[in-house]
Design a protein. Structure first.
Length: 119
């Protein structure tokens, strides 16, 4: 496999997973951008930074999945906090269900136990 092909594949995989991970990080909490980055940095292979996360957060807000509030911070400038909307909670539930089905099917295929396997 060529290095370019592998790099493109991992980039595409990360793009989709980032949204899922960001929404899951925010679920049930109110977080600001850097909090989200810190939580997701530990996921090997995800490659996340503030420059990566803010455009995604803006898009998720435009889609009505997040709402924001700005609060003063004793540690510096005001912070923008993100929280899931009701629509965001519903959408995340659907995303997690879909991810679980894809992951389960992928794991079965990797183990050689897929449902439609011919011998």
């Amino acid at each position: 496999m060529s290095t370019d092909f592998f790099e493109n594949w991992t980039t595409q995989l990360r793009k989709g997973l980032l949204e899922l991970c960001i929404l899951n990080a925010i679920r049930g909490e109110r977080l600001y951008g850097y909090d989200i980055v810190r939580r997701l940095r530990g996921i090997e292979g995800l490659v996340i930074s503030e420059g990566t996360i803010y455009p995604i957060l803006s898009r998720l807000k435009r889609e009505g999945l997040l709402r924001t509030s700005i609060e003063e911070s004793p540690e510096g400038p005001p912070r923008k906090y993100y929280r899931l909307t009701g629509r965001g909670e519903e959408f995340l539930s659907e995303m997690n269900s879909y991810w679980n089905a894809v992951k389960s099917g992928t794991d079965e295929t990797r183990r050689g136990t897929g449902h439609d396997q011919t011998q």
